[in-house]
Unconditional design. Structure first.
Length: 455
């Protein structure tokens, strides 16, 4: 019996799960949203790789019915663990929506296996494992190209979990703006992190001085050609909605809903007469059974375009396998960037600002040898706690732009348990006045949700 036959047999066993299994993952996901979006730039979350370092065993541990059903099938139990952070992918596994790949290569005492993919018209999740009798902590630097080896654009590639033990499944997610290709070429450069390079903290604040690490040496490199079954890449539907609605004094249009096995995309446009750009939405979808589908909490959560500050496409856990006859959007809150506040002047010497985002305080500015460190305080949000306050760019009085390469967010003991602080380093800045771009200017929570019928 080959791996594919074994897989199909095991999937038959999984189908014998108790009836109470249905939609358990989705219901629990609606109750257990512990991580919300930090911030996106053109659809890629800042520190997107770090966002995936969250534990991926929590949902399996908290869902006894699902864990029991998968526990009887060792191979699928491992796959269930690998997708437990996503209600959509968990539903895909339950419904046998998985394409076995079964490719293996070995080099320099390292074995790489590409086991499965979950793929549809817009998203690709690659499940792989690394094993070695020589190296204890293996990580990859991945690259996707066309099957012919040419470079591709129009997609973002995100890492899975960090520190996965040898032999266990990990994953990569490729999110495509347009249609899925017939296949991809996956290159994995493999590094040994068993003995990560130590460094001494510099005398200057570490948030301003970037310590130099030795360049990582790769111990193996693999290239896999992954061909996708056209049955999977054809899956999905687009529903034209074209419904205008008013929210918080602004006019938006829900143009369409794209429903795929891995996620849903809600695509919006705005009225040119609006006084603010949409930056974020608090919302959920609900079908006629009362089943709720929450916004995606890991990976790409929303995207925008290069020619507008607006975030115009939002991601939701999928209703694809729920057989929903009706689907309604419920908007419960929004974040806005007022058009007259796209840049804000700060006096670093005096620690003052002409304007600050709602609830944000400018509590400290420290001049260092190689720049400034600015500290802001903000209230935690009910579910997501920390969130981004500023963009990744600052400007001098001449309008020249500079990158903000990192920032630090943590608990603020002086502000109390309901606040957090965020340190922003302005490396090599010698100016007394700078201009920052707010991630938002105000946020609103609606006592009565705004509803839009999708179908």
């Amino acid at each position: 019996m080959n791996r594919k036959e074994e897989y199909l047999q095991l999937m038959d066993e999984l189908n014998q799960a108790p009836p109470e299994l249905a939609y358990t993952v989705q219901r629990a996901q609606a109750r257990l949203r512990t991580h919300k979006r930090l911030r996106r730039f053109l659809g890629v979350p800042v520190g997107s790789a770090l966002a995936f370092f969250l534990s991926f065993t929590l949902l399996v541990n908290l869902l006894p019915t699902f864990a029991y059903a998968c526990g009887r099938v060792p191979v699928l139990r491992e796959l269930a663990k690998a997708v437990a952070w996503s209600a959509s992918l968990s539903a895909a596994v339950e419904h046998e929506y998985v394409q076995p790949i079964e490719q293996e290569q070995t080099e320099n005492n390292v074995t790489a296996r590409v086991e499965y993919v979950i793929v549809d018209q817009k998203q690709l999740i690659i499940f792989y494992s690394l094993d070695s009798g020589l190296y204890e902590h293996l990580e990859i630097m991945p690259e996707l190209r066309s099957l012919g080896g040419e470079s591709m654009d129009g997609f973002s590639l995100m890492y899975g979990n960090y520190g996965v033990p040898n032999g266990e499944l990990n994953y990569l997610t490729a999110d495509f703006a347009d249609s899925m290709p017939d296949g991809v070429q996956l290159t994995m450069q493999v590094a040994d992190y068993s003995h990560e390079v130590d460094y001494e903290e510099p005398e200057e604040s570490g948030i301003l001085t970037q310590p130099e690490h030795e360049e990582m040496e790769y111990v193996a490199e693999f290239t896999f050609s992954l061909h996708f079954d056209s049955y999977y890449t054809a899956q999905g539907e687009r529903i034209t909605v074209d419904q205008d609605f008013r929210v918080d004094g602004q006019t938006l249009t829900l143009q369409e809903a794209e429903i795929y096995p891995t996620h849903i995309r809600l695509n919006f446009t705005d009225d040119p007469e609006n006084t603010a750009w949409l930056k974020d939405l608090e919302f959920y979808l609900e079908n006629e059974k009362g089943q709720r589908f929450e916004p995606v909490s890991n990976g790409v959560t929303a995207t925008g375009t290069a020619d507008s500050p607006m975030m115009d496409s939002f991601r939701v856990e999928s209703s694809f396998f729920a057989n929903s006859e009706h689907l309604t959007l419920h908007i419960t809150g929004a974040k806005w960037l007022d058009k007259e506040r796209e840049k804000v002047e700060l006096n670093l010497r005096e620690c003052t600002a002409e304007f600050l985002p709602q609830g944000v305080e400018f509590i400290r500015s420290e001049e260092m040898k190689n720049g400034w460190i600015l500290t802001f305080r903000a209230p935690k949000q009910k579910e997501s706690a920390f969130y981004q306050l500023w963009s990744q760019t600052f400007y001098d009085a001449q309008g020249r732009s500079y990158d903000i390469r990192s920032w630090s967010t943590g608990i603020d003991p002086e502000g109390g348990e309901d606040t957090f602080s965020q340190e922003i380093p302005l490396v090599d800045c010698t100016e007394d006045f700078v201009w920052l771009e707010p991630a938002f200017t105000r946020m609103e929570t609606f006592a009565q949700p705004v509803t839009v019928e999708i179908r």
